[in-house]
Write a protein that binds this ligand. Sequence first.
Ligand code: HEC
Length: 460
Amino acid sequence: MKIPIRLIATLALVSITGFLSWSSLSSKATAEARTSKEARYKSLAKGSVNYNKHIAPILHKNCATCHHAGEVAPFALMDYKDAKKRAKQLTLVTQSGLMPPWKAEHGFGEFAGEMRLTEDEKGLLKQWAEDGMPEGSAVDKPAAPVFPKDWTVGTPDLITEMPEAYQLGASGNDEYRCFVIPTNYSEDRYIRSVEVKPGNRNIVHHVIAYLDTTGEGRKKDAADPALGYITFGGPGIVPSGVMAGWAPGNQPYSLPDGIGVLLPKHADIIMEVHYHKSGKAERDQTKIGLVFQKAPVDKRVRSAVVINPFLNIPAGKSGHPVEANVTLPGNVHILGATPHMHLLGTEMTVTAITPNGTTLPLVRIPKWDFNWQISYNFKEALAVPKGTRLHLLAKYDNSSSNPNNPSSPPRDVRWGEQTTDEMCIAFVSYLVDDEHLLQGIEPQGYPDFVGGGRRKRQSR
Ligand code: HEC
C-alpha cells in the first residue's frame, strides 16, 4: 500500500518508549492470551481493613507516581488525609478501570510496566471506604515513597533542551509546538535510552521527539516569529525517524546491549510539545536526556506503521470497523505496539497472524481513551516468522450518542489531522533477525517509519 507522504507527515506517536527490564531477548511466544478469571475479593472482618496496613501500600505503589505534588495528577495520594477525603471516588475509579490509566486488556500480551490493580486490591479499597476509612495502627504505617528528582536512566550523555523557555498564553486552544534542536554529531550514534523531562507539568500534555536530517524543520522554525514553530499534531515535515515519546505515566525506555535507536549524524531533534493551557500565563523549557550505546550495536529498532488512511466513517454510524495489514518479509522479534486514533475510536485490537494461521495477541484496547496514548511494550520480545501479517481492527462510533463525538450533529469523517478528523494506526516496533550491523548486514525491504531513522542526505 502506498501511503501519501502528506499523511505520513502527520503521524504523531511512537512505539519505542518504555522497555523496562529486559535482560535478554527470548524467542518464547510469551504473548499467548491468558484469560484466566481472577478470583473475586473475599471481604475481611468488618472494620479490619485500615489505611496504614492495607490501603497505603496500594496507593503508594500504583497511584503516587502520578499523584504527588508537582506531578501530572490533580491531587496527591500520599497520606491518610489525601485518601480519606476521596475514599468513595477512589473506589469508583478503580472499579470502573479509569485509574490507574492503563488501557490495554490484561492477559492479551504481557507487558513491561503494566499498571493494574488486582481484584483483591480493588476490593480492599472498596471495603475500606464502606467500613468508614479507619487509619489503623501507627506501627503498620509505611514510609512515604520517594520519587527520583534526577534522571532515572542514569547520567545522560547528551542533555538537549529548548533553546529558551517558551511562554504559553493563559487560555485558548491547545497548542502543538515544535522546537528544533541540532545535535551536530559527525557520525551516527545509537541510543540506548531516552528520558523526557517536561519543564512544566501543568501545561505539558505530551512530548514526541522526531529526527530530521533534511533541514526542513529549521526552515519552518525560521518562518515562525515565535520560538519553534506551530503545527496541528505531528512535526509538520516528513521526519527522518522518531526517537521517543512521553505522556504521563510513560517510563523511559532502556534497551539492552547491542540494540539501539539510530540517531543519524547531523540530525536535528524536533521536539513536539502538546501544550494544554492552564488559565494563567506559563513558561516551559522541556529537556530530553539521551544515553548512547557504548558497545557496538548489531541491530536497530525499526517501527512498522500498520495504517489505514482510507477510512470513511459515515455520520451516525456506531461500531464502524476499519482494518489494516502489514506483512513482514522475514523473521523478526516484535518489541511492542502503540495504537493511535482520535476521538471517535472506541476499541482497537492488534495481532500478528503467522503463515500457519496462528493468531498472536499484540495489544487490545477495549475502551479507547484519547487522553492516554500509551506505548505497550512486551516483557519479552515476541518471535514471529517470515510472512507474518500484522493486523489491526479498530472500531469507531460516529453517532450522536458518543459523548466524545466532536461534531454535533455528526458528519462523515475521513482521515485528517484535526481533532474532528480520524486516524487509524498501530506502530509496531521490532528487530530483524537477519540483521547484523557488526557484519555489515542490514536487510532492506522491511516496513519502517518514514526514513526509518536512515539518513536522507549524507552531508549538509
Ligand atoms: C500515569 C499517571 C497516573 C496514575 C498511575 C494514576 N493516576 Fe489518577 N489521575 C491521573 C491524572 C492525570 C488525572 C486527572 C484526570 C485525567 O486527566 O484523566 C487523574 C485523576 C484521578 C482521579 C479523579 C478522576 C475524576 O473523575 O476526576 C482519581 C479519583 C484518581 N486519579 C485516582 C487514582 C488512583 C486510585 C490511582 C491508583 C490506583 C491512580 N489514580 C493512578 C494520573 C494518574
